[in-house]
Design a binder for this molecule. Structure first.
Ligand SMILES: Cc1cc2nc3c(=O)[nH]c(=O)nc-3n(C[C@H](O)[C@H](O)[C@H](O)COP(=O)(O)OP(=O)(O)OC[C@H]3O[C@@H](n4cnc5c(N)ncnc54)[C@H](O)[C@@H]3O)c2cc1C
Length: 526
C-alpha cells in the first residue's frame, strides 16, 4: 500500500533509501543533482522553468535486490524514478521531469556476470557498457551482434531502452533481436524475467523481451540482460571511394537484395566529415566519400562475399581503396564525432528512410543544411536492414547560448522530410514525445498509453516521457503545440544569421591534453 503519493522526497524517504542500499550509494549533494539533470543534449538553465529536471536524489544500485528495494520505496511514496545509463542519448530520455530519484545503472550494475560458451550467451548488468561486453566476448572468440556507435560509454540497458540501430545490425538485427532474457523491476517493485536465460523465447505468449526494448524506461527498470552471441570468425572491412555521395545508392540497393551476401555493417561518411576532421587537426584518410562494407564469418565465405561486393561497387563507379584505410574506418566506427575536439557541440539528426530512396535523401540532407543555415558537419549513417537506412547528418552548434538551441530546428526539419521517403525521426524521449501521435496510428498510440497507465497507475517510472511529454505545470506537450513550436523554430532559424561555430572554434582552439589522448586511442594510424 502507498504511504503518501505527494511525489515529494522527504528526509524520511532518503533514510529509507540509505537503509535499503547503503548510505554510500545515495547522493543528495547539489553538485551531483545538477550533473544528473540532463543527458547528452545540453540544456540551457532556462529549461528549468519548464521541467522539474533536477532530481532530489541520485542512487547507485549495486545488485538486482537494490533495484527492487529502490522501486518498492518509490512505489509506496509516489516518488518519480528516472532510469539512467550513460546519458549518451540526446532526447532527454534520462532527464527527470518530476525530480525524484535518478537511478544510475552505470556505476554499480556494470559487470559481465557470465559468458556461456556452450549456450552462446552472455549475462551482464544493465549498466555494463557495450565496449566492456564486446571486448570480454571477443577474448573468447565470440561476437556481440550489434551495439551503438557510442559503445565506449553507452550501456546495455540504455541502448535496449531506445531500440536503436547500430553497427552489426545489418547482419544480426538490433539489440532487441539478441535478447534472451532480462530481469526487469516493474513499477510495483516486482522482479520479472522477460524471457529465458539459455534458450530462445519462441512460443506463444507476449514477447516481453521486445516489449521493454524501445520502452525508453517507461515500463520498468532493466536490471540484467542476457544476450545471444555468435562465433567471431574473421572480420574484414572493405572501403571504397565515390566521387559523389549519392552514387552509393546503387550498390547499397544491390547489396541489400543479394540472396547470399550479408555484410556485418554497411556505412558511409561524406567528404564534409573528413574535411572537418582535417580542419580539426586530425588525420583523415585521403578520400572523398567513403563507403564501408564490413564482412564477418568464415574466411572462405568472406573472400567470396568480397569478390561479389567488389564487382557490384565497381559497376557503380566506386573505387576500392587500401585495406589500411578500411581497417582504420572500421576502428573509427564508434568515434564518428572526433571533429568536435575543436570544442563545439555536434548533434546528429537521426532519421530512417527506405533504402530505395537513399540517393534522393542524400540530396535532402545537404539541402536541409542550406535551408536551415547550419554549420553542417557531415552526412554519415548505416544500413539497418534490407529496407531501412539510418541517416545521421550532423552539425555543429553553439551550446553556450539559448539561441544556439535553435539548431535543433534541423532535427525537426529532417524528421519531416524523412516522412516523404517512407521514414521518420528516431526516438521520442521528452522533446519528441509528441511524435508518438504523428508516427503511429491513433489506436496504437492509445494502446501504448493504456498499457503505461495500467502497469504504472501512479506514473512513477520515467514520467513525462515517450507516451506524453509534460512540463512541470502539467501542460501536455502534445503534437499540436509541439508541431506549431517546431514550425516556429524552423522559421526563426531560417531568419537568423547562418551558424559558423566550427570555423570560430578552430580559431579559438587550444591544445587540449584530453582530446590529444582520445586521438591516441585510434588503433590504426594513417
Ligand atoms: C557519439 C554517439 C554515437 C551514437 N551512436 C548511436 C548509434 O549508433 N545507434 C543508436 O541507436 N544510438 C546512438 N547514439 C545514441 C545513444 O548513445 C544510444 O541511444 C545509447 O545506447 C544510449 O545508452 P545510454 O546508456 O547512454 O542511455 P541513456 O542516455 O542513459 O538512457 C537512454 C534511455 O534509456 C533509459 N534507460 C537507461 N538505462 C535503463 C535501464 N537500466 N532500465 C530502463 N531504462 C533505462 C533512460 O531512461 C532513457 O530513456 C549515439 C550517441 C552518441 C553520443
Amino acid at each position: 500500500m502507498a504511504d503518501n503519493l505527494s511525489r515529494k522526497v522527504t528526509p524520511e524517504i532518503i533514510k529509507r533509501l540509505e537503509d535499503a542500499i547503503g548510505a554510500e550509494n545515495v547522493n543528495t549533494s547539489d553538485m551531483e543533482r545538477i550533473l544528473y539533470c540532463h543527458d547528452l543534449a545540453p540544456m540551457p538553465k532556462e529549461a528549468g522553468l519548464g521541467f522539474n529536471m533536477i532530481p532530489d536524489v541520485v542512487v547507485r544500485p549495486k545488485t538486482v535486490g537494490d533495484v527492487v528495494n529502490i522501486v518498492r520505496i518509490a512505489a509506496k511514496t509516489g516518488v518519480a524514478i528516472t532510469p539512467r545509463g550513460a546519458s549518451t542519448w540526446g532526447l532527454g530520455g534520462c532527464m527527470p521531469t518530476a525530480a525524484g530519484i535518478v537511478v544510475d545503472f552505470s556505476s554499480g550494475l556494470d559487470q559481465v556476470y557470465e559468458i556461456d560458451e556452450t549456450n552462446m550467451c552472455v549475462k551482464v548488468g544493465a549498466g555494463c557498457t557495450w565496449k566492456k561486453v564486446y571486448e570480454a566476448c571477443a577474448k573468447k572468440g565470440l561476437l556481440v551482434g550489434s551495439y551503438p556507435s557510442s559503445f565506449p560509454s553507452a550501456t546495455v540497458g540504455g541502448w535496449i531502452s531506445t531500440g536503436g540501430i547500430g553497427p552489426g545490425g545489418f547482419k544480426y538485427g538490433s539489440a532487441r533481436d539478441s535478447i534472451l532474457n532480462m530481469e526487469v523491476v516493474l513499477p510495483n517493485g516486482k522482479l520479472m524475467n522477460t524471457g529465458f536465460e539459455k534458450v530462445a523465447n519462441n512460443m506463444s505468449g507476449y514477447n516481453l523481451n521486445q516489449l521493454f526494448s524501445g520502452a525508453e524506461g517507461t515500463l520498468g527498470l532493466i536490471a540484467t540482460v542476457t544476450l545471444r552471441v555468435h562465433p567471431m570468425g574473421v572480420i574484414k572491412p572493405l572501403a571504397y571511394d565515390f566521387e559523389n555521395l549519392r552514387d552509393m545508392g546503387g550498390p547499397i540497393n544491390e547489396i541489400v537484395k543479394h540472396p547470399s551476401v550479408k555484410p556485418l555493417h554497411i556505412a558511409w561518411s561524406d567528404y564534409m566529415h573528413f574535411e572537418h576532421q582535417r580542419k580539426a587537426g586530425l588525420h583523415a584518410p585521403d578520400v572523398k566519400n567513403l563507403f564501408l562494407v564490413t564482412l564477418q564469418g568464415d574466411a572462405e565465405f568472406v573472400a567470396l562475399e568480397e569478390k561479389i561486393i567488389d564487382a557490384i561497387v565497381e559497376k557503380f563507379g566506386g573505387k576500392k581503396i587500401s585495406a589500411e584505410i578500411a581497417e582504420h574506418e572500421w576502428e573509427e566506427r564508434c568515434y564518428e564525432f572526433r571533429a568536435r575536439k575543436v570544442g563545439i557541440g555536434s548533434i546528429p539528426a537521426e532519421v530512417v528512410v527506405q533504402n530505395i530512396h537513399w540517393s534522393d535523401f542524400v540530396d535532402e540532407c545537404y539541402a536541409g543544411f542550406g535551408k536551415m543555415k547550419m554549420a553542417g558537419g557531415g552526412i554519415i549513417g548505416m544500413i539497418a536492414d534490407r529496407s531501412t537506412a539510418m541517416f545521421m547528418p550532423y552539425y555543429f552548434m553553439d551550446t553556450e547560448t539559448p539561441l544556439g538551441m535553435t539548431a535543433f530546428a534541423y532535427n525537426f526539419y529532417m524528421g519531416e522530410r524523412a516522412k516523404k521517403y517512407g521514414g521518420r525521426s528516431l526516438g521520442l524521449g521528452v522533446f519528441f514525445a509528441f511524435n508518438l501521435d504523428v508516427i503511429r496510428d491513433a489506436n496504437s498510440a492509445e494502446y501504448m498509453r493504456e498499457l503505461k497507465a495500467l502497469t504504472d497507475p501512479n506514473d512513477i517510472i520515467n514520467p513525462g516521457h515517450l507516451v506524453c511529454g509534460k512540463t512541470r505545470f502539467g501542460i501536455n506537450m502534445g503534437h499540436q503545440l509541439m508541431g506549431a513550436m517546431s514550425k516556429l523554430m524552423q522559421l526563426v532559424k531560417t531568419f537568423m544569421p547562418g551558424d559558423n561555430g566550427f570555423e570560430d572554434s578552430v580559431k579559438r582552439f587550444k591544445f587540449d591534453e584530453i582530446e590529444e589522448h582520445k586521438g591516441q586511442t585510434r588503433k590504426v594510424k594513417l
